[in-house]
Each structure stands twice: as C-alpha cells, then as structure tokens.
Design a protein around this ligand. Structure first.
Ligand code: UTP
Length: 484
C-alpha cells in the first residue's frame, strides 16, 4: 500500500532530523509508481542510525589499533609430515568424505559483489574464466559441485548469495545454461542486503536517480544475516546440512568442496567446528593480503594495512616470514554457528569503509554526475570478522589450514596486472601442467620454466591430480591450447 501524505510528512521530518531531507527533493514531481518505490526504499533505511554512520565512517575514518601481544596464528601446514606440526591428512580426508556422503555439506559462493575493478558488465560469476574454454566462473564451480556429488553418491546442494543488483540476472544466467547440468532444485539463490552509498564529503546519501537511492551490497559479511533472513537457513536445516564450504566467485581454482579441509574443520582437536579458514604462505612481506593472527588466543584476520611493516618483515630462524598466513577467503562455516550469530539481535560485524566512484545525480538539480574521482563511501561488512567470535571457552577455536597457492588460488579481481584474467589463465595452466606431469605427461616449458601452452582440466574430468591416472591424455605440443 502506498504511504499516505501523513507518512510522507513523517518520513520527511525523520530525514530532515539527520540531514538527509534531500532524498525526497523530487518526490512531489514523480509519477505515482515511482513515488511508491522511492518511499519504500526510504522507509527501508535505518534512518536514525545514519547520523552516527556518517560521523564514524565519513567525517572520520575509524582508526584500527593493533592490540598488544598479537601473534601469528598457528596453522596446519600443507606438508602434513612437517616436523613443525605433523597431522593425519588421510584420516581427515576420510572424515570429510563421510560428511559429503552423508549429505551434511553444501557449497556456498558469495556472488553479490559489484566486481567494479574487473569492469565486467553483468554478474561476475558469468565472466568467461576457463583458460581455454572460456567457461564462465559459475560453470566451473558447477562442474566441481557435480563431480563431487557423483564421487560421493549424492547431489551436493549449492547456495549462491547474490545482491538485489544482480539477483535476477544471475538466475537468468543459470536458466540459460540449463543450470550447468545440476538439478535446479539443489541450487538456491538468495540476495544479500544493501547499504546506502554516502557522499564522501557531506555524508549525504547519494541518489542514483530522482526516484532511487544509490546503494551497494553490504559486503560478504552480510551473508550471515542474509542466510537467516532469506530462509536459506531453514532450507539448510530441512536438508540436514551441517557445514557450508564458503568461497568467492572470483577464484576458478578454489577447491569448492575439499574433504581434507572439511575433516579438519569438523574434527581437529583444536577446532571449535564453527568457522575455519584456508591460508597460503605470503609470497613476500609487502604482499597485500590479510594475515591470520592470534589476538588474545582468538584467530583473526588483520588487514595488511593494519599490520606494521616491521612485523610483516619479521623472519623466523629458517628464513620464513613469521606472519606468513595469508588469507585467501576460503572458509568452512557451520550452519549452527550461522544460526547462533544470525538469530542473535545483538550480533553485528563492524563496517569497513571503501572510497569509490559512484555515479549519482545532483540532489538539487537532478543532473546526472559521472565522477572522475572517488565521490562516495561504501560501507561493507567482512565475513572474516566472525572468526574472532569462534570458541566457547574450552580452548578450541577457529583453525587455519595451509594450501598450495598454485593448487587453489587464481583470482580474477582486476582487468589487468596482478590477479587478472591473464594471471588466472597462467595459474590454471600451471596447475594443470603439474597434474599432467605427475601423470607422466611431458609438458613443453619455455626458458622461464612456464608452460609453453594453455591448459584447462575440467572438474568433471579430474577433481585432483590423482583422478588423471588412467585417463586418456592427448600429446601436448608447444603452443597448443588443450582442454580436457
Ligand atoms: P571483492 O572484495 O572482490 O569485491 O569481493 P567486489 O565488489 O566483488 O569487487 P570490487 O571491489 O568492486 O572490484 C570478494 C567476494 O565477495 C563477494 C564478491 O562477489 C566476491 O565473491 N561479495 C563482495 C559479496 O558477495 N557481497 C558484497 O557485498 C561484496
């Protein structure tokens, strides 16, 4: 029902009180349907908290102060025979396989981001990422979900978090592609929440048109509330799912469902079984990745900009970095943990501010503005901030497991340079080359040691190097592009 005049006036008063009255500047000139849409959007804002958000995140920049006594987080090393911390890889793999076979695990990809750095039109999951095939990211993950389900004798449910800005386009893409061979009933989409985007100088909420507030998705940390609020949690419980294998939409080589990691999360003696993480060894001290640290006995990701450079450069006696555990945004999160947090009215994760170029209109004239410099602030929550909430006082908490960079980290973030389609293609090729070499295949390599070919192994062909044994493999010539 459209709000009456009295409701409009009361909204106007509330907005004026927090310096956001401009949101209704064009209201009276709008056609009825647009008025209603605008009022709905305005009514959905937490109007009274806007003033505080502007004060904390726009007028000021929250300063992070690193607590004293920060330590590097302990982790399960990739080499499970390492003298530093030996562990039973086969045993944990068996635990993870049992969980998958018992239907207790779902895949969960966060795909609500705007992908502005890549500059691709459309949901980022539609991006053609396959090194040779140009298969879309969503299709590459679907291959893994399908192959893992086949291996464990039952379909694996897959939850996909979208945002209101890309929800319909994402579902439409799956429809156009026949759900990539997955059963439609086992793929669930739900949108995350949004936050109003704020003017970088004044803190006024930006408008994208006279009848629409400019918004941004509220960060991957919004997933916890979105899972609960969207009904996805109820669906997970109905299906008997206990653990979510969480990954980001931009990493085509992620192991979407890794039995070893699942087993460690569920059964390692120091794991609370609530939220676990994968790390890769930082390549060099200045590498711009968050680092797993232990603060007051709790695992946390400290952003690279918050960790003093002298700590980032510190080395152990063997020459390795002391703060080595780089975060690659791969987690296992238990459904019980999400329910505990997401249904607690006092639960909230902190906001992080990012300065962005946000197209908008002039709130006085309605003229469109295409900014050349950052004109806006977007506020997002980060899922890794939930790590510090793990544990219940029994000494167990959030664990970290090391993986190999080439095996599962080939992100596509930027159009060019680091973490771009080109570097991802090289990493996908290097991984495929290693798998093939292990199977006894000769790979042509150039003087720099890099494969002199482009290779892609689909997950439906092999989920890991072992799957290639006995598989027919073509000869690979220099300069060839091979997908298998
Ligand atoms: P990024 O931090 O790379 O952000 O997201 P982004 O918005 O996709 O890209 P830029 O910064 O505009 O270039 C990491 C992962 O988190 C998801 C993204 O879809 C990606 O999988 N994400 C991010 C969400 O699901 N929601 C958000 O609000 C933000």
């Amino acid at each position: 029902m459209a709000p009456g005049t009295a409701d409009v006036e009361s909204l106007r008063r509330r907005l004026d009180a927090v310096g956001q009255g401009h949101l209704l500047n064009f209201h009276d000139q709008l056609p009825a349907d647009r008025r209603a849409a605008l009022l709905d959007q305005v009514a959905g804002l937490e109007i009274e908290s806007l003033a505080e958000l502007v004060e904390r995140y726009v007028k000021n920049k929250p300063a992070f102060s690193l607590p004293a006594g920060v330590q590097p987080a302990d982790y399960y090393p990739f080499d499970h025979t390492s003298g530093r911390r030996p562990w039973d890889r086969d045993g944990y793999r068996a635990v993870g396989r049992d969980l998958l076979a018992a239907g207790k695990v779902a895949a969960f990809v966060v795909a609500g981001g705007q992908g502005s750095r890549l500059g691709y039109e459309g949901p980022k999951g539609c991006y053609p990422a396959g090194a040779v095939s140009g298969r879309p990211l969503f299709g590459m993950f679907a291959d893994q979900v399908l192959a893992t389900g086949r291996r464990h004798g039952r379909p694996i449910p897959w939850y996909i978090m979208t945002s209101p800005l890309n929800h319909e386009a994402t579902i439409e893409f799956f429809r156009e592609n026949g759900f990539f061979g997955l059963n439609e009933a086992d793929v669930m989409f739900f949108p995350q929440g949004v936050m109003p985007s704020l003017d970088i100088e004044s803190g006024k909420v930006l408008m994208s048109s006279p009848h629409e507030i400019a918004t941004n998705p509220d960060g991957h940390g919004g997933s916890i509330r979105a899972i609960v609020g969207s009904g996805a949690l109820a669906d997970m419980k109905r299906r008997g799912i206990e653990h979510l294998s969480y990954f980001q939409v931009d990493n085509p080589t992620v192991k979407a469902l890794d039995p070893v990691f699942l087993g460690l999360h569920a059964k390692a003696p120091d794991s609370s079984g609530q939220m676990s993480s994968k790390m890769v060894a930082k390549a060099y001290p200045e590498e711009k990745v968050g680092v797993f640290c232990s603060i007051g006995g709790r695992t946390q990701v400290v952003e690279y900009s918050d960790l003093p450079m002298e700590l980032q450069r510190e080395r152990l006696a063997d020459g390795s970095l002391r703060f080595i555990a780089g975060s690659i945004a791969i987690h296992v999160i238990s459904v019980g943990f999400i329910e505990k947090l997401g249904t607690d009215p006092s639960f909230s994760l902190p906001y992080h501010r990012a300065e962005k170029k946000i197209p908008c209109i002039d709130p006085r004239t309605g003229a469109p503005i295409t900014p050349e410099r950052n004109n806006g602030v977007k506020l997002e929550r980060f899922v890794f901030d939930a790590l510090s909430l793990c544990g219940s006082g029994d000494g167990r908490g959030s664990i970290v497991y090391e993986t190999d960079r080439v095996e599962e980290f080939a992100p596509i973030k930027n159009a060019q340079g680091a973490d771009s389609p080109l570097t991802s293609r090289e990493l996908q090729t290097e991984r495929a080359a290693r798998w093939l070499e292990r199977a006894g295949v000769k790979i042509p390599r150039g003087p720099d040691g890099k494969p002199d070919c482009v290779l892609e192994i689909r997950a439906t062909t092999a989920l890991d190097a072992q799957d290639l044994s006995g598989h027919p493999i073509p000869e690979i010539r220099a300069g060839a592009s091979v997908v298998m």
